[in-house]
Design a protein around this ligand. Structure first.
Ligand code: HEC
Length: 196
């Protein structure tokens, strides 16, 4: 008899006290804190410019220029517009496309490279000891002045090249001086800027 009684007791479920136990005060305080912080942060951000991941302000980006990562990406512009001919290695294709790596035309007065990219180049030209006679298209319609400066800053400092960065202002000056004109030739470049 007592055996059966124990078994019956053991089958009993515990008292349903769980539902009656409130949420601990500490947790409520914590949740309130989070809500206050969230709403406060949202309110604090109202009216501030949305910068995404780049928390540098606009004037800082403008000051540091294209090569510091703020303006157009010279490397990406090169891949999209130049590498088909001059190749990702900057070595060009012997006999067809001249190299940019170690090119005297690219590394001399940056006004020369600005002229070539803005207006195009055709006719015979000697680059790094080899003659080429091809046609390079102009980029005045495809790339903005800022983008031309960015891609030139990129190629002048890639593949061991040690040219200085090119400021967009130099491209602006080029347009002021020459306007929209046809492609350059080697002789015209030498006449205008001197032999590199
Ligand atoms: C369609 C092919 C083609 C594309 C695209 C092209 N180039 Fe050229 N580039 C040439 C050719 C061809 C020459 C040589 C022209 C000649 O023989 O008169 C040249 C010459 C040059 C030169 C002077 C010579 C040298 O090797 O330094 C520079 C600088 C240059 N290109 C830079 C660029 C840049 C920067 C871009 C991209 C914005 C670009 N090119 C896009 C074909 C191209």
């Amino acid at each position: 008899m007592s055996q059966d009684e124990h078994r019956a007791q053991r089958r009993e479920a515990p008292e349903p006290e769980e539902g009656a136990r409130g949420v601990p005060k500490l947790v409520i305080v914590w949740i309130v804190c989070l809500i206050v912080w969230g709403v406060g942060y949202y309110a604090w951000q109202i009216g501030k410019p949305m910068l995404g991941g780049d928390s540098r302000s606009v004037p800082v980006v403008a000051e540091t220029g294209a090569d510091a990562g703020g303006g157009p990406d010279g490397g990406a512009i090169y891949s999209a517009n130049c590498s088909a001919c001059h190749q990702a290695t900057g070595m060009g294709i012997p006999g067809a496309f001249p190299p940019l790596a170690g090119s005297e035309w690219l590394l001399a007065d940056p006004a020369i490279a600005v002229s070539i990219v803005h207006d195009g180049l055709q006719g015979a030209i000697e680059v790094a000891g080899t003659s080429y006679a091809g046609v390079m298209p102009n980029f005045s319609a495809t790339l903005s002045n800022e983008e031309i400066a960015a891609v030139l800053s990129h190629v002048r400092s890639e593949w061991g090249n040690d040219g200085s960065a090119v400021e967009p202002a130099l491209v602006d000056e080029h347009v002021e001086r020459f306007g929209e004109r046809g492609p350059w030739s080697e002789e015209e470049l030498v006449e205008t800027f001197g032999k590199p």
